[in-house]
Ligand binder design. Structure first.
Ligand code: 5AD
Ligand code: SF4
Length: 427
């Protein structure tokens, strides 16, 4: 009996899929090489954008066709909008909410495995032998008006600090080299349980100490902070520990204060830039990425101009640029009109991509001639070369072989374009 999982969307969904995999294995399923070999297929849904929802419908439609010829169980888990849940109940055999993941054995009744008490107790079946995803919280209380997360994942709940530190110690002792701490708004970690758990800076400090003292070299990344809540303390901790990677994803979303207000982001562009400048002054080698939404309800050409200006000012290495798509149930969908046409959203997306292409190239060119460590990830099917990532998560291509996967290699950077560095092994 085999299972296949499709995690869509962000790293949090990938981490959730690793726990779902464990539950399927406790009831006797093993991982299938491909979807067509599986007897049970699960999709870990993303509801952030309409395009992600459309993919879910496309996939389940194909699976349901397969059911005419064979026995196949399908389920959906992850980020599910209340508006979609009823429809999914008709299309899938099971809808497994995240807090029901420990009950997968009961849901697949024919097996009598013992279920863990809660989601965090499940030991994930990791997809990598050197990169570990570690969730530190679930849900979000920020209610940005465009966003589905507070409705799909619910209100913010922090995982216990002791639990997180135990998982960090476990992966370090297993030799993992990259840890990514995940949360929708990591800066508010612990604030839902005052006096009970550490705060984010304290948690990061404790994790940095563990990772600095591991026998192997380690990089710890975290995602994502909220510009309103980001503190000097967090950045000081990040600067203090060599294992805490010099990488920051600081989501801007828009460069116009009126748009930010309508998004309920609760910061101004000026405040955002102060935080960004502080991050760069404390950690000059920081690689910085951002998230931007183009074409949010009522965004005028003049307001969009401000986002172009902010993108230039931010000198980003990377940006996740999304075209606004209304999420059923989210405040913006109920209260504002989706005024910007699809064509205009595409145009704004392309305009920002051009700015990014320039700033990323300028930043990358500064690395040419430098020697930097790279964690080797995989072989490129296209070029036959090996691919790795820098501490700032920049993709680095070089000549080598697959035996290097999972290792840190010092690399001399010889060439750069906007989206990739090219290097030679430096011995
Ligand atoms: N439309 C477009 N992009 C969105 N994001 C979140 N909700 C929406 C939406 N309704 C983007 C934001 C967020 C990233 C994870 O996805 O930029 O930071
Ligand atoms: Fe969504 Fe805003 Fe929470 Fe991020 S901070 S998950 S964008 S509501």
């Amino acid at each position: 009996m085999k299972y296949f999982l499709h995690p869509l969307g962000c790293a949090t969904n990938k981490a959730d899929a690793e726990r779902i995999a464990t539950m399927l294995e406790t009831v006797g399923y093993s991982a299938a090489e491909s979807e067509k070999d599986a007897n049970i297929i699960g999709i870990v849904a993303c509801s952030i954008r309409q395009s992600a929802i459309d993919r879910i419908y496309g996939k389940v439609h194909n699976w349901n066709k397969r059911k005419d010829a064979e026995q196949l169980i399908t389920f959906v888990s992850g980020c599910i909008l209340p508006a979609d849940e009823k429809k999914f109940l008709k299309l899938f055999d099971l809808v497994v909410k995240l807090d029901q993941v420990p009950q997968i054995p009961q849901m697949l009744k024919e097996y009598g495995a013992v279920a863990p008490q809660n989601f965090w107790e499940i030991n994930p079946r990791r997809n990598s032998t050197f990169k570990a995803l570690i969730p530190i919280q679930n849900g979000c209380d920020k209610f940005c008006t465009y966003c589905a997360v507070p409705y799909t994942r619910g209100r913010e709940v922090s995982r216990s600090s002791a639990d997180i530190l135990a998982e960090v110690e476990r992966v370090l002792s297993e030799g993992y080299k990259q840890i990514t701490l995940l949360g929708q708004n990591v800066n508010s970690y612990g604030l839902d349980k005052p006096g009970e758990e550490l705060h984010f800076a304290q948690l990061l400090d404790a994790i940095g100490t563990l990772a600095d003292n591991a026998p192997q070299k380690v990089w710890v990344h975290y995602t994502s902070p909220h510009p309103r809540d980001m503190t000097a303390e967090v950045l000081d901790v990040q600067a203090k520990h060599p294992s805490l990677a010099n990488y920051l994803n600081l989501p801007l979303q828009s460069g116009n204060n009126d748009v930010l207000k309508r998004m309920n982001r609760r910061y101004t562009v000026e405040h955002y830039m102060e935080v960004l400048d502080m991050a760069r002054s404390k950690i000059p080698t920081m690689t910085v990425s951002t998230d931007i939404i183009v074409g949010f309800c009522g965004e005028t050409p003049e307001q969009f101009e401000k986002t172009i200006e902010a993108m230039e000012r931010g000198r980003y290495d990377l940006a996740f640029i999304a075209q606004y798509s209304p999420r059923p149930g989210a405040v913006a969908e109920k209260r504002f009109e989706d005024t910007v046409s699809k064509e205009e959203k595409v145009r704004r997306d392309k305009t920002l991509t051009e700015v990014l292409k320039r700033t990323a190239l300028e930043n990358n060119q500064r690395l040419v001639g430098k020697i930097i460590p790279v964690l080797v990830e995989n072989a490129s099917r296209k070029s036959g070369m090996m691919l790795g990532r820098s501490e700032g998560l920049k993709s680095v291509e070089f000549a080598g072989d697959e035996s290097l996967i999972g290792q840190f290699i010092d690399m001399k950077i010889t060439q750069a374009d906007s989206w990739r560095l090219y290097g030679e092994k430096y011995i």
